[in-house]
Design a protein around this ligand. Sequence first.
Ligand SMILES: Cc1cc2nc3c(=O)[nH]c(=O)nc-3n(C[C@H](O)[C@H](O)[C@H](O)COP(=O)(O)O)c2cc1C
Length: 183
Amino acid sequence: MKNLLVVYFSRTGFTRIVARQLARACHADLEAIDDLQGRSHATGYAQSAFEALCHQRPLIDRATHTPQDYALVAVGTPIWMWNMASPVRSYLLRHRGQFQRVAFFCTYGGSGSRKVLNDMQTLSGQQAVDTLALRDDDITARHFHEPLLRFSHAIERASREPVSTGMGPVHPAAGEDAHAIKL
Ligand SMILES: Cc1cc2nc3c(=O)[nH]c(=O)nc-3n(C[C@H](O)[C@H](O)[C@H](O)COP(=O)(O)O)c2cc1C
């Protein structure tokens, strides 16, 4: 069994920065969710907002890494309209029941992280071993090294522990900005 896989979707690059640094920090394989829609066009923002609000599941490409092969999969999303990005919803639903353990992270402008991290646990059907929420301002200012390292250590540690058969109920994330910098 391989150890760690970091999976993410990113439209404008923030989640990509975090995902790449996380994968480097914990020597994980990295997978970008390939959204077949294309969202960079003029109506991309509105379309993304609508899909997120309506909990739509857009078509995504087949994953190149198999989640079952990994002791832990960390999934990252931008927040769209207080929801996970719609391609991440597609990914979690497609692979629900295939994860050994999960951890979730999100990037956002300023609100909705607690709800989204909880939603990801509910949708995946699994309690996260840890969560991380990072604001765009902190990512731009490169002020996220410490929380990223804490998160990285937590998931590395969890990936080495034996898997218990029952994952237990899904509990809410600890706080709005679990492991995030408080401004
Ligand atoms: C359609 C849309 C809706 C958004 N809604 C929220 C929101 O509800 N709360 C928030 O804090 N940020 C919101 N944002 C900002 C993004 O979450 C933030 O910029 C994120 O870091 C973008 O990640 P990315 O660059 O990886 O795509 C929204 C962005 C988009 C495009």
